[in-house]
Design a protein. Structure first.
Lengths: 156, 268
């Protein structure tokens, strides 16, 4: 055991080293570490928040898709109903038109038949007059015997 | 140097156990151990510059590997301090860091080949050079006595001069005036045993480790190839085991320093 001045010198050196570490090394590194700890904590928080937001957004999107699908189904339903209505109406219109056309054609036919009948009656009347004139050999005044001829014509 | 014909190994070892001192004063108080001082100061400066360089550029962002390493060391030390001491760690933390890294670096000198530094210094005409400052009792006592001063300083700071004296004279037996002397004697022994145990433990471990390295190194010059091979194996095995020892000794020195100083903060 040979103690000597080395001891005191080393004590001073040790004290200086401690001072240096206290002053220049520890605070800087410790600060960096603490700041990084804070940053990491914030980062983890942010990630957690983002995950929660994503979950929210996902559920929101799902809900919206559901609503949109419902709306689409409703629109299709309504469109089908409308199409059916249009079709029904068109069918009804067409049937009405057909009936109307049929009725007017029947009217036409009826009036034409009437006219033909009248013409025929008149011609028959005239023929009857000529025939009668030939039979009685004398002129029958068509004007004087109009009432008689008309009566004849109606009887035919 | 180990090839002297007479008493080769003993010569070799006793040669290696001599400290480098200035030629003018080989004995006595002023025979400063230049080797211990040089190596310890070099390592102290290395520690300071290294950690300071990292501390200066330390950012809270993504750390480089160097910064991360320094931070790991610092957080490890800080964690140890936090476990023991519940108070302001702004001085005790750096103190523990200094003790741990410095002692570790000085211990690590033991892992250099035992003849390397002496061989280099011999080229410059310097005969004795011991590379491991912590195997010098001056070094370990310098640290432990500084720790003792800090223990006393913090005792005063935490309890005041009166409080500390009161504690010294009345604990642990009691307040009776007859018990003052036994109390004080016991406390004094307790106080002084701290630096002694601290210093002797580190010194003993490192001195013994160095000695074992020298004994194994003696095998290299024993003159037989078998012994030479055993020397290589022994040196390797002891070296690997010594990595554990130097770490543990640095760790123990740090933890005990922290424990002693935090005890100084506590009231009995």
């Amino acid at each position: 055991m040979d103690f000597n001045a080395t001891l005191i010198g080393e004590m001073i050196a040790f004290a200086i080293l401690i001072w240096f570490t206290v002053q220049f090394i520890w605070p800087h590194i410790n600060k960096a570490i603490e700041e990084r700890q804070l940053k990491i904590a914030e980062g983890l928080d942010a990630a957690e928040r983002a995950r929660a937001e994503l979950r929210d957004a996902d559920s929101k999107v799902a809900a919206e898709i559901k609503v949109a699908r419902q709306q689409a189904a409703e629109i299709i339903d309504r469109a089908q109903q409308q199409a059916n209505q249009i079709l029904d109406k068109a069918r009804a219109d067409a049937i009405g038109e057909i009936n109307r056309l049929k009725a007017s054609a029947q009217d036409d036919i009826a009036s034409m038949a009437q006219r033909a009948r009248e013409e025929l009656r008149e011609k028959v009347g005239a023929l009857a007059v000529q025939g009668a004139a030939k039979i009685v050999q004398r002129e029958i005044d068509p004007a004087a015997h109009k009432a008689l001829l008309d009566q004849l014509a109606t009887e035919i | 140097m180990a090839s002297e014909p007479q008493g080769g190994l003993t010569e070799y070892i006793s040669h290696h156990l001599k400290h480098l001192t200035p030629h003018t004063s080989p004995e006595g108080f002023w025979a400063v151990h230049v080797d211990s001082v040089t190596v310890s100061l070099a390592l102290g400066v290395l520690f300071c510059l290294w950690f300071w360089a990292k501390a200066r550029k330390a950012t809270a962002g993504v750390p480089g590997k160097g910064q991360a390493f320094v931070e790991i060391v610092l957080e490890f030390v800080d964690g140890q301090v936090k476990d023991v001491f519940h108070g302001d760690r702004r001085v005790l933390g750096p103190l523990a860091l200094t003790v741990f890294v410095w002692v570790f670096l000085m211990n690590a000198m033991d892992l250099l080949p035992v003849d390397l530094l002496p061989w280099i210094t011999e080229k410059f005409g310097i005969g004795h050079f011991r590379a491991v400052p912590t195997a010098d009792i001056n070094m370990t006592f310098a640290m432990s006595l500084t720790v003792l001063l800090l223990i006393i300083f913090y005792s005063f700071k935490a309890k005041g001069f009166g409080g500390y004296m009161h504690e010294m004279f009345t604990a642990p037996f009691g307040k009776h005036p007859l018990l003052w002397i036994p109390n004080f004697a016991l406390n004094l022994v307790e106080l002084l045993s701290k630096p002694v145990s601290l210093a002797m433990r580190l010194f003993g471990n490192m001195y013994a480790g160095e000695l074992v390295f020298m004994l194994i190194a003696g095998l290299f010059t024993a003159g037989s190839w078998a012994l030479y091979g055993m020397g290589i194996i022994g040196y390797t095995v002891w070296g690997i085991f010594h990595i554990l020892i130097i770490s543990i000794q640095a760790f123990i020195f740090m933890v005990l320093t922290v424990v002693y100083i935090s005890m100084a903060h506590d009231h009995h």
